[in-house]
Design a protein around this ligand. Structure first.
Ligand SMILES: NC(=O)c1ccc[n+]([C@@H]2O[C@H](COP(=O)([O-])OP(=O)(O)OC[C@H]3O[C@@H](n4cnc5c(N)ncnc54)[C@H](OP(=O)(O)O)[C@@H]3O)[C@@H](O)[C@H]2O)c1
Length: 337
């Protein structure tokens, strides 16, 4: 299979490249050559800047599939329109990596029919969570219009794994591996969904090879995972002596702890019991399967030990200590279950 990856060198794209190479697919990358440019010296690299409309390197070529990982651009619908149209007669399938953030509101166990952010409007001018979801919904619509049944749109939830440049899931593994008293948000009962980037990519290639099209939520696991179980598994895998102090929402809010970024997996009240509870039935019926949580945590932990990247996400040790001391001083022992 001849695969064109628009992107390919940050996080998810690297898994698209590496799994393709392992499978013996022929890979071409298209990007600016700025991010991790020394990777994949034996892979064909086409250079261009989508923001500048510089797509000349893509002209006059043929691939079986184009995989578009474009994410965080304010003019995302336009960028996707330009590549989608240019490649219309050059590829059989166009895969767009979208997100569950396209849904305007969440409901427990909702499937792909959940209403999206409205797309018949001017694109947002500033990036925030709603703008991101709106832009992705607009870009999905572009792919559907240009490719119809040749388009494949995948909506992942939190993507995790080696190379993750956000550090969100990794925060918990790193923090727990360091041991001691760990601040945990609210309740061990909170729901968690995530998808290992490698399971996601392997499944997308299977969808491509079996000529599947349409829209799919891509969230895991295939059982109801609770935060307490996730944190305990991090503790077991990293053989750490961590203990968990569950801190009530009001206290976290009084310390202005930022949902999702500072305490990954912790969400505002309107999302906490719905956002990480989407249905993955369609994906499971169409062949998505998952490695174990233990395996995912182990691989991220080993990768993080080597890389030791700095992340914008995660709670600082100073803030964690301050909140835990407040809990201790006020004798708050909090069990919400
Ligand atoms: N992380 C999550 O939890 C999560 C959840 C749901 C969905 N998603 C989606 O998953 C995707 C993840 O993306 P990723 O960053 O991991 O993808 P990636 O393909 O690994 O990296 C992004 C690529 O875009 C290229 N690029 C950036 N600006 C460009 C430009 N102006 N022109 C051409 N190429 C450009 C970069 O290379 P150069 O800089 O060299 O150009 C890089 O190769 C996004 O679509 C995101 O919305 C993520």
């Amino acid at each position: 299979m001849k695969v064109l990856i628009l992107g390919g060198t940050q996080f998810l794209g690297r898994h698209f490249v590496e799994i393709a190479l392992n499978q013996g697919y022929q890979v071409t990358l298209f990007n600016r050559g700025q991010t991790n440019n020394s990777l994949y010296p034996n892979v064909e690299k086409l250079v261009g800047d989508r923001v500048k409309g510089d797509l000349a390197a893509l002209k006059g070529r043929k691939w079986d599939v184009a995989i578009d990982t474009a994410g965080y651009f304010l003019n995302l619908p336009q960028l996707v329109q330009e590549t989608a149209e240019l490649l219309k007669d050059s590829v059989s399938t166009y895969v767009f990596v979208s997100t569950i953030s396209v849904y305007a509101e969440f409901q427990t166990n909702a499937d792909e029919m959940l209403p999206l952010y409205p797309i018949n409007q001017e694109p947002p001018q500033e990036m925030n969570a709603e703008a991101y979801g709106t832009l992705k919904a607009m870009a999905e619509s572009v792919v559907q219009k240009v490719y119809a049944r040749r388009g494949l749109i995948v909506r992942p939830g939190l993507i995790v794994g080696p190379y993750d440049n956000t550090g969100r899931f990794t925060y918990w593994i790193r923090r727990i591996s360091q041991g001691g008293e760990v601040l945990a948000p609210e309740s061990p009962e909170l729901p968690v969904q995530y998808i290992d980037a490698r399971d996601l990519v392997q499944w997308i290639y299977r969808l491509i090879l079996t000529h599947k099209n349409g829209v799919y939520n891509a969230v895991g696991p295939d059982y109801y995972l609770k935060l307490g179980q996730f944190l305990a598994t991090c503790q077991q895998v990293t053989s750490s002596n961590a203990t968990f102090t569950w801190v009530p929402r009001e206290i976290l809010e009084s310390y202005k702890v930022e949902h999702w970024q500072e305490l990954p997996l912790w969400l505002p009240p309107n999302l906490q019991n719905t956002f990480p509870c989407l249905s993955n039935s369609k994906a499971l019926t169409n062949g998505l399967n998952f490695r174990s949580l233990t395996q995912t945590i182990h691989d991220i932990w080993r990768w993080d030990l080597v890389e030791q990247l700095e992340y914008a996400s995660g709670l600082s040790r100073d803030k964690e200590t301050a909140i835990l001391q407040f809990m201790d001083k006020n004798n708050i022992i909090y069990h919400s279950y």
